[in-house]
Design a binder for this molecule. Structure first.
Ligand code: ADP
Length: 167
């Protein structure tokens, strides 16, 4: 059984095997969690990201973690919220599933996710967290033993905790 944790904190400080970045399609850095990860990992991360040629929405790519405690950064591109009828729920679920698939392929045992798409991309928090929790609950885990939802604030954490408390 995978252990699902919630924590209020900064994803760049998590001592896990892999942290997930809410990136944009260029993979060349941006604001929010993306900017924080690049700052903490150092310029070598951008050098590796430049070799990847971007990433479509819903997909994921893996790089080293460089100066982070994490060995890997898994970059995934969440959908921009357009009202919910433009494929966003499926794409957001794909972000979690594709990130976990990459993690499994690299023998990752612990992974931390931010609340993908809920910042600048405008995805309503409760809907996004519902998709995140459902994607984790339905995933067939092998190596991964711990999934951590890293919330930037207490309100976000409470939303995840309420969902996780439900059967
Ligand atoms: P997106 O473009 O996918 O919406 P953002 O980076 O704007 O991504 O925000 C995604 C979520 O990550 C938001 O809930 C934001 O509060 C949160 N966040 C921002 N910085 C950090 C950080 N250093 N650690 C964890 N979460 C963060």
């Amino acid at each position: 059984m995978v252990a699902v944790q919630t924590i209020v904190g900064d994803i760049t400080e998590q001592a896990v095997d892999a942290i997930v970045n809410a990136a944009n399609e260029t993979l060349l850095g941006g604001g929010g969690v993306d900017g924080a990860i690049h700052r903490a990992a150092g310029p070598e991360l951008l050098v590796e990201c430049r070799t990847l040629g971007g990433c479509p929405t819903g997909a994921a790519r893996i790089t080293g973690g460089y100066r982070l405690a994490a060995d890997y950064v898994i970059h995934t591109v969440g959908p921009v919220w357009q009202g919910g009828h433009d494929g966003e729920p499926g794409q957001l679920g794909d972000c979690y599933r594709n990130s976990l698939t990459l993690a499994e392929r690299h023998n990752v045992q612990s992974i931390a996710f931010p609340a993908i798409s809920t910042g600048v991309y405008g995805y309503p928090l409760e809907r996004a967290a519902t998709i995140a929790v459902a994607a984790i609950r339905s995933f067939a885990f092998d190596h991964v033993q711990t999934v951590r939802f890293v919330c930037f604030d207490e309100t976000t954490c409470k939303v995840y905790e309420a969902l996780l408390a439900r059967a």
